[in-house]
Design a protein around this ligand. Structure first.
Ligand code: ARG
Length: 316
């Protein structure tokens, strides 16, 4: 039997993938969840689902510090924002793929599987990394079988896969931000209901009193908050908290996906805006007019490469 490592988030798509890989692809499945700062229950849940359905191997890979220092920090230097979106999901995908490839080598696996559909961006981001680092076969069961959500739910029920807690939206969350799409949000005329947000307060619920914070930068990245030196991960967590409380960081856009499809997405990225705005202000103080103009071009190029999954492109 061929061995496959599945990037497993515990969501509906990847949960269904486990059984599909076993039953339809006849493979031995190893699951792995890469921690890039998603909520604790999204780390625990995949492990317990894997246990419940009798997987014999599940890995939890802690990549939080690496995500902050090797992926988010370069994006801060570049002021990376794509169509108003600070690239939270886009930045995490290459790292997740790298960790999965590493595990596939360690486990001597024949294939790597992911739960992406054929419409989104993540299929490109994952596969660009996997192809550049290995010769593993890539399997995308959800894309191959073109399953709808309700077909997935039926299949999951029929083979006893525990379903994730019901949520009408599709949500992707990590240290750099939270992305929310689907259901009523697909209609751009619909104003996002307050329950779509969890990281940020609405402006009308934000404190009357403003707050001054001091961010110390070194070589283009934050190293201290209010004179308190902190690890990259902790600085970002704290900035999310502070800015979110003050109603900073909500984005509501119809974005252009890699395939050319338009899609409505809501983001909450309070820390990203706080830090990038501070970084831009610092650039305004220190760079010349010509450097600033050039930095903007570089920033746009950088952001597009990251959005498009071209992490390994030398230009990036
Ligand atoms: N549109 C964003 C991107 O491609 C986020 C995708 C995931 N969003 C979600 N709500 N599940 O980077």
């Amino acid at each position: 039997m061929d061995k496959v490592v599945l990037a497993f988030s515990g969501g509906l798509d990847t949960s269904v993938c486990i059984k599909l890989l076993e039953e339809k692809y006849n493979m031995e499945v190893i699951t792995a969840c890469v921690d890039v700062g998603q909520p604790q229950e999204e780390i625990e849940r995949p492990a317990s689902v894997a246990m419940d359905i009798g997987m014999n191997k599940h890995y939890t890979i802690d990549a939080r510090e690496e995500f902050a220092s090797d992926f988010i920090f370069p994006a801060i230097k570049a002021n990376a924002v794509y169509e108003g979106y600070p690239l939270s999901t886009a930045l995490a995908r290459p790292l997740i793929a790298m960790k999965i490839v590493e595990l596939a080598y360690k486990e001597n696996a024949d294939a790597i599987a992911h739960g992406c559909t054929g419409k989104g961006n993540d299929q490109f981001r994952f596969e660009a990394i996997i192809r550049s680092l290995s010769d593993c076969r890539i399997i995308a069961p959800i894309r191959d079988l073109n399953l709808t959500r309700s077909e997935e739910v039926d299949y999951a029920r029929s083979c006893g896969i525990p379903l994730p807690p019901d949520n009408i939206y599709s949500i992707d969350e990590n240290l750099w931000g939270r992305a929310v799409e689907g259901d009523i949000l697909e209609d751009p005329m619909v104003e996002p209901p307050e329950d779509a947000f969890t990281w940020t307060r609405s402006i009308k619920d934000a404190p009357e009193q403003s707050q001054i914070i001091e961010i110390e930068f070194k070589n283009g990245v934050p190293i201290a908050l209010n004179e308190d030196k902190k690890y990259p991960f902790d600085i970002i967590i704290k900035c999310n908290e502070i800015a979110g409380m003050h109603g900073i960081g909500r984005v509501d856009i119809v974005e252009d996906r890699i395939l050319g499809l338009k899609s409505r997405e809501i983001y909450e990225t309070p820390g990203a805006f706080l830090i990038i705005d501070a970084h831009k202000a610092l650039e305004q103080l220190t760079l010349t007019r010509n450097e600033l103009k050039f930095a903007e071009i570089a920033s746009n190029n950088y952001s597009e490469l990251v959005y498009n999954g071209m992490w390994h492109e030398p230009l990036r």
